[in-house]
Design a binder for this molecule. Sequence first.
Ligand SMILES: C[S@@+](CC[C@H](N)C(=O)[O-])C[C@H]1O[C@@H](n2cnc3c(N)ncnc32)[C@H](O)[C@@H]1O
Length: 327
Amino acid sequence: MSVSVLANPLQYLPATNGAVLSNGILEPTVKDYFANPFSHDRLISDRYRVEIFHEAIFQTVKPGDVVLDIGAGTGILSLMAASAGASRVFAFEENMNILEIALFNAKKKGLLNKIEFIPGNSKAIHSDLLLERPDVILSETIGSFAFNEGILSNLSSGKKILGYDGVLIPRSITLIISVVQIGNVLLKAVKNTHCSVVNLKSRLFSAEDLIYLSKPKSILSVDLQNNNLTTMSEEVSMLVERKGHINGILFWFDASLSSNCTITNHPLSHEECWQQSLMILPNHFEVDKDDDVFIKLEVHDDSLSVNHRINIGCKDHICTIENTQIL
Ligand SMILES: C[S@@+](CC[C@H](N)C(=O)[O-])C[C@H]1O[C@@H](n2cnc3c(N)ncnc32)[C@H](O)[C@@H]1O
């Protein structure tokens, strides 16, 4: 008896912005991820994130302020802004299922009269829709790799609405990097996710699974408040502190939300919903103590997608990682 092999049904579908892997599996995009209510459950269950945004919002929003919330999700930050005294909150959310949850939450809290939920992507919405000038724009579209959820284009398009000159939450973001030697257990685990995020606090991994070969260094530090950059590039050099082989680059971020509220997904920080971004190099290279490694990172947020390109090199080795899937 012959067994027929089923054709991969995905090949008959039109191309999507999801990443199709060589085995035919369609990887979810950031957009798919946030269409799932359980992803939002992780966000609102993260006490560290919720408390720090609450503090920053109560510190920033003054009674009578008009607030834009770009990427409202379940409405949690809009509710905070309304409770802090905002006279009006315009809350944009592109995912309709999640927007329904937000509407339900606002109704339950008796704040529907203050919050106007606007379905759709904020970047496609005409400024005439908002009749009031915003005093505060907030957007928790910070990804594990800081920029991969579109915060640059979200905030810069938000600022164009009615010629914005108010306050942003977050006001700045810095990406931090370290070159690392990844052990076999972690290497396999990361390769199996087809995606570069990993929870380094997981008890599955031990200290040998991730050896830091350099001190962490900032790269792409953006003052969101004072510029509208959506394309950025920076090259840094890192001093190797111990002999080893570099087969990965670890990324996390520090974001300043208000004058004394900062949030980070540093590998040793609180147990939070963000993980760390760990990019695996296509070919590893040996390094000695005191070698200089250069890393050039380019990020381009073109409103529809966020693309990145990383060049890393040492002595005569150089390799490139481009548009790795990050959730
Ligand atoms: C990380 S979640 C944050 C949700 C909520 N603000 C919170 O703090 O829990 C980001 C949300 O923003 C939405 N989103 C991202 N960019 C958007 C845009 N430009 N316009 C409308 N919604 C957007 C996504 O669908 C997702 O629900």
